[in-house]
Design a binder for this molecule. Structure first.
Ligand SMILES: [Zn+2]
Length: 235
């Protein structure tokens, strides 16, 4: 029924479009939420960098360096190099949004220091997920070309599921980092009671982009299963 040439026009392509729309909506939401709360200067008056240094110090972490990097919302923590990178907008801003983002990245550093197991699992899955996302489609296409070779197609779909697994394991890691961030900020008095819900909104919006990414990947996997996963006993 489904010719590979016409796969693009297959009704299941609708699933990919839904995933795309969800991802775009999530990214629009995080951008608008961030810019909204980037206009609120925090009562404490600390910058993102100062907040990060404070949190690391409070958490007894001495082997992590804080640096400034270019880009928009490029903030990240690298567990291999022990470098916490804050984008300029986060590093130099005194807004509640910037402090929240900086604290979230510190949350990852704390996870790393505490050997938080979902983070370890996530790191362990990275190579599999990379193989999965790069090799699965070529294998499926090759399988289709070789008159619907079921073994190749099923291996391709199986490999793609590692990309989804990676994104699912990312979710607890991201939510937990934000939870740690908010706790440390409110315990340390860096945020007032009124500012805590603002930071929570910013970090929830950021976490939703990971939910959207996982959902989009799930829809792509579902599409592959619908298109190629069935048994073609006639071959
Ligand atoms: Zn994160």
């Amino acid at each position: 029924m489904t010719s590979p040439i016409f796969a693009l026009f297959d009704p299941t392509y609708f699933l990919v479009i839904i995933g795309l729309v969800i991802s775009m909506a999530a990214s629009g939401y995080v951008n608008s939420t961030f810019s909204k709360y980037n206009r609120y200067r925090s009562q404490s008056g600390v910058t993102g960098t100062q907040a990060a240094q404070y949190i690391l110090q409070q958490s007894g972490i001495t082997d992590v360096a804080v640096q400034e990097i270019a880009g928009n919302l490029t903030d990240n923590y690298n567990g291999q190099t022990k470098v916490l990178s804050l984008s300029q907008a986060t590093a130099q801003s005194q807004s509640v949004a910037a402090i929240g983002v900086a604290a979230h990245e510190c949350g990852h550093a704390v996870q790393d220091a505490n050997n938080y197991w979902p983070m370890r699992l996530r790191t362990a899955i990275v190579p599999l997920a990379n193989i999965g996302s790069s090799a699965s489609l070529p294998l499926i296409i090759l399988g289709v070309i070789l008159s619907f070779n079921q073994t190749l197609i099923h291996i391709g779909i199986f490999l793609f599921s590692f990309a989804l697994l990676f994104q699912l394991v990312t979710l607890p890691v991201e939510f937990n980092a934000s939870r740690r961030a908010i706790n440390i900020l409110s315990d340390g008095g860096l945020l007032t009671a009124a500012e805590v819900p603002m930071v929570r909104r910013v970090l929830t919006a950021a976490a939703l982009t990971y939910v959207a990414a996982a959902l989009a990947t799930f829809l792509q996997l579902l599409r592959l299963v619908l298109l190629f996963g069935g048994n073609r006993d006639d071959n």
